[in-house]
Design a protein around this ligand. Structure first.
Ligand code: SF4
Length: 234
């Protein structure tokens, strides 16, 4: 069996799994090439820097101190059974399992779902903008299928929208909010875009990045559509 490849670790966080003290594992490999990716060093499959057995030993020492382990990336489900088997091992230690995912692998999410307690799912843009943003034509449909699969589990989750103004404007965020409300999604997070790598001919400005967040009427409207809307501005 192929060993899981782990490219990064955050040993303690209070913000990556709702209400739980958690560690985050960053798995290498991602099928998307988002223009704004902040983890380009994790995109290509290759040897992870971290020994998976050492991390299990480290987690054994954290029992009673940490409550959850979040699998992030890259895209953690790209490693398929290696990820699922490792999730089982971590869960058997007593930790809750979280997953940050772009939703590209609905069938793997289905198989992994019995070992996962919570997910944060990226809804990156409306369908017309997805190919330009992610470099993948099927990413939007896969993400919607993942959302529907996870909703059927009735386990908790959050849908995240990062508002890169080149791909999500005011009209776009309302369309996304309507799609999510129609699907009875309860918890969403709307995240301000933070530029990492922008080409000189396609740069965003602070005013562009603020546009959605400065519109109180728009915010109130979206707030009224869900049980919980988190506006992440930094
Ligand atoms: S899905 Fe995430 S890790 Fe993959 S390219 Fe996009 S931003 Fe980067």
């Amino acid at each position: 069996m192929r060993e899981i490849q782990i490219g990064g670790l955050v040993s303690f966080t209070t913000i990556d799994y709702p209400g739980k003290l958690a560690a985050v594992l960053f798995l290498v490999g991602c099928p998307l090439r988002c223009t704004y990716c902040s983890n380009p060093h994790l995109l290509s499959p290759g040897d992870g820097e971290y020994d998976p057995e050492r991390i299990i030993e480290w987690l054994q020492e954290r029992i009673g101190k940490l409550e959850a382990v979040v699998f992030s990336g890259g895209e953690a489900l790209m490693q398929s059974d290696a990820t699922i088997n490792y999730m089982k091992r971590v869960r058997d230690l007593g930790f809750k399992i979280g997953l940050h995912t772009n939703g590209f692998y609905p069938e793997i999410l289905q198989r992994a779902s019995e070992y996962i307690d919570w997910i944060g799912l990226d809804f990156k843009a409306t369908s017309d903008k997805y190919p330009d943003l992610t470099g993948q034509n099927i990413a939007y449909n896969n993400m919607i299928r993942s959302l529907d699969i996870w909703r059927a589990t009735q386990k908790p989750y959050e849908v995240r929208v990062t508002c890169d103004p080149r791909y999500v404007d005011k009209d776009g965020i309302m369309k996304i909010a309507n799609i999510l409300a129609e699907k009875h999604v309860q918890n969403i997070a709307i995240q301000k875009y933070v530029p990492h790598f922008e080409s000189d001919d396609n740069k965003t400005t602070e005013a562009m990045r603020n546009e959605i967040f400065a519109d109180t009427q728009l915010r109130n409207k979206i707030d009224s559509m869900f049980s919980s809307v988190i506006w992440r501005e930094n």
